[in-house]
Design a binder for this molecule. Structure first.
Ligand code: COA
Length: 378
């Protein structure tokens, strides 16, 4: 059995930023138009009037201030309110592959590797832009990787589940080096016309390179242990899929063809599940939570993260112990914990321990305990 290490990571950040104020201005313009168009039905009591959103609520309820998106014009047009993306020909790289290649290239650079050193690509994300061929095989081709690739989806936990799959394959000798990449175009599955959730998501792509620890040449993180768990729940659900046209109504603009959640229930049910999962995982590895240098948590909601951090540590973690990036990126599904890891890990000292933990639809929860290795201290 080989010891496995994360030797590189990368984050692709889209160029367009949407602030809460911009988002709320569009949402409120949409609401005013909807209420004007439906005034008679609203007066007759057959249609409910829509209420305005507010930046203050969004910041207080979620901690989110901005989000990056692949397309801003469509999202901010009250008559459209979703991203509009150019149709690419089959001979061009797909948009998800393009985002993935950018993040992978950064991860390879950090590790001092090229595609020729890699055996496999796992595209682990909440949504994939087509049914087949797998985006991972396209990424593999674009990076000149001789080996194999596959797509997988465990919603917000896709990255940690992907890291576990890659770690197990490297540990047992199926592959020497694997890229796990998370291109997330959450703006395309978000219902921007729903006041309860229109502020939640943003777009990004993250990647990590996993290799045999013995092959690592620079500073890296040894993967000490991974753990995944899932438990069925309908509280975060999206009914879109390849059976869409088979349904009687065609389902083209039905609310459940986009992200739906019962936020309150998610909050209440996922918190104990995640804190217990992390506590048990650490305990089974004889690691005291107080001995952790850092927690890189899924980035969905600041209050939720503060609660989990406090529960696991037994006291309120400092921003250094538990950094958040969701004020800048919003919820980026599986990529959130990896953005946090990638942007807040270089300072750790030789021997420092940390935990990456994601949670979301399924329900699913995945944790990865890592230990910093400084190349010059070995
Ligand atoms: N602007 C202004 N007010 C709003 C609003 C908006 N955009 N959305 C809701 N409100 C109001 C509601 O009408 C309600 O008002 P009332 O008390 O007068 O009825 C109040 O704010 C509270 O609404 P609620 O839906 O209960 O908000 P919340 O405090 O539960 O926060 C979430 C909403 C979504 C931020 C929170 O539930 C959450 O983060 N849940 C977990 C989400 C999660 O992690 N999902 C995983 C996705 S992968």
């Amino acid at each position: 059995m080989h010891s496995v290490a994360i030797t590189g990571s990368g984050v692709f950040t889209p160029k367009n930023i949407i602030t809460n104020d911009e988002l709320v201005a569009t949402f409120n313009a949409y609401v005013d138009q909807f209420n004007a168009d439906n005034a008679a039905a609203i007066d007759a009591g057959t249609v409910n009037a829509l209420a305005h959103s507010s930046s203050d609520f969004i910041t207080k309820a979620s901690g989110i201030e901005n989000r990056f998106v692949m397309n801003k014009d469509g999202v901010l047009d009250p008559a459209i309110m979703h991203p509009t993306l150019r149709q690419r020909s089959d001979d061009e790289p797909g948009i998800m592959a393009e985002m993935a290649v950018d993040a992978c290239t950064q991860a390879l650079l950090q590790a001092g590797r090229t595609g020729a050193d890699v055996d496999a690509v796992i595209v682990a994300a909440s949504n994939h832009e087509r049914a087949y061929p797998a985006v991972a095989v396209e990424v593999q081709d674009l990076l000149g990787i001789n080996g194999f690739g596959f797509d997988m989806n465990v919603a917000c936990s896709s990255a940690t589940f992907g890291i576990q799959a890659a770690t197990d394959m490297i540990r047992t000798g199926t592959a020497r080096a694997i890229l796990v990449v998370n291109p997330e175009i959450c703006s395309a599955h978000l219902e921007w016309r729903d006041r309860d959730c229109h502020f939640i998501f943003g777009d990004v792509a993250t990647a990590v390179l996993l290799e045999r620890a013995e092959d690592a040449t620079g500073d890296h993180f040894v993967v000490k242990s991974t753990r995944c768990a899932s438990q069925f729940s309908n509280n975060i659900r999206n009914n879109d899929g390849f059976l869409r046209r088979t349904r009687p109504d065609g389902m083209n603009d039905r609310r459940d063809m986009q992200f739906m959640q019962n936020g309150r229930k998610v909050f209440k049910e996922v918190l104990p599940m995640v804190s217990q999962h992390m506590a048990d995982h650490l305990d089974d590895n004889d690691i005291e939570a107080t001995g952790l240098k850092r927690m890189w948590l899924h980035q969905a909601n600041k209050t939720m993260n503060d609660f989990i951090g406090k529960k696991v540590l037994g006291r309120t973690p400092t921003p250094t112990e538990q950094p958040n990036i969701l004020q800048d990126y919003a919820n980026t599904s599986s990529a959130g914990s990896i953005i946090t890891f990638s942007q807040n890990s270089a300072d750790l000292d030789h021997g420092d321990l940390g935990i990456i933990c994601s949670f979301g639809a399924g329900y699913s929860v995945g944790s990865v305990i890592v230990q910093r290795v400084r190349a010059n201290k070995e």
